[in-house]
Ligand binder design. Structure first.
Ligand code: FPP
Length: 248
């Protein structure tokens, strides 16, 4: 069958796609392996999807790599995930450079182990002048954490008389979120047949199209991303308006 890439409308590529990468553990179980194998294979999916996103001109790709709640997993799994992140950064930096990818993070990066922070900072500054895809890793991220943090800073600025409460609107509030400089995702993908948002970008997905697939993350490849974008392009986005209003 023809690749979804060739069937895409090049004038309607979403600028920002966010992905909840789920199903690594189930993939490993299905293959009779320890959970960490699923995460390892998940890194290959990350590579493929990052390439595929750049190839069709997506500007921002946000990946939910580690949630605030993931800290509650067994210590050996958390340690393995942190080690995998360090390795992935080491292994992938050169190819990210070749693909003109920039890197940034959202989430409570302070909570990450020193080694991860160090590798991330190095990679971020190395890729800083790139102009292609912006890869955003959500690490120790949860949307409620982000919103509470924004409220704390907003209240402090109000106490410090930097802002007036009557000036608070969507735009001003968004400036306090981790995603302040990033436009909202038009498309949110979740793999593994779970129909949940799991505390991811709750504010930012107010009008996003949601796409759920049964595929487990380790089996997800760029072709699957293109299929999701194709599906997105065949939806009508109304933003609360009627179909007739969109035509006129
Ligand atoms: C969800 O599967 C996946 C994660 C919690 C971690 C995602 C991490 C990676 C793919 C590797 C590192 C990432 C980068 C960006 C290099 P799960 O463990 O919840 O699966 P399950 O629901 O089947 O148990």
């Amino acid at each position: 069958m023809e690749s979804f890439r060739n069937r895409l409308d090049k004038n309607n590529i979403p600028k920002h796609v966010a992905i909840i990468m789920d199903g690594n553990g189930r993939w490993a179980e299905k293959h009779g392996k320890a959970r960490v194998f699923g995460h390892e294979r998940g890194v290959e999916s990350v590579r493929s999807v990052v390439e595929g996103a750049g190839e069709i001109g997506i500007k921002y790709l946000t990946l939910y790599a580690f949630s605030t709640e993931n800290w509650e997993r067994p210590k050996n799994e958390v340690d393995a995930l942190m080690e995998l992140l360090v390795q992935a950064i080491e292994m992938e930096t050169e190819s990210l450079m070749k693909n003109n990818v920039r890197l940034s993070t959202i989430g409570n990066i302070e909570a990450m182990p020193a080694k991860v922070k160090e590798k991330l900072e190095g990679c971020i500054s190395f890729l800083d002048s790139n102009t292609g895809l912006n890869l955003v890793l959500a690490l120790s991220y949860s949307s409620k954490w982000e919103i509470i943090n924004a409220v704390k800073n907003l209240v402090q600025d109000s106490i410090d008389k930097k802002i007036k409460p009557e000036k608070i609107n969507n735009e001003l509030f968004e400036g306090y979120l981790n995603t302040a400089k990033i436009l909202d995702p038009e498309l949110l993908i979740r793999t593994s047949g779970e129909y949940r948002i799991s505390n991811f970008l709750l504010w930012q997905i107010a009008y996003s199209e949601l796409y759920f697939t049964e595929k487990l993350w380790p089996d997800f490849r760029k072709e699957d991303l293109w299929e999701a974008v194709f599906d997105f392009q065949n939806r009508e986005r109304r933003f609360g308006k009627t179909s007739e209003q969109l035509i006129s």
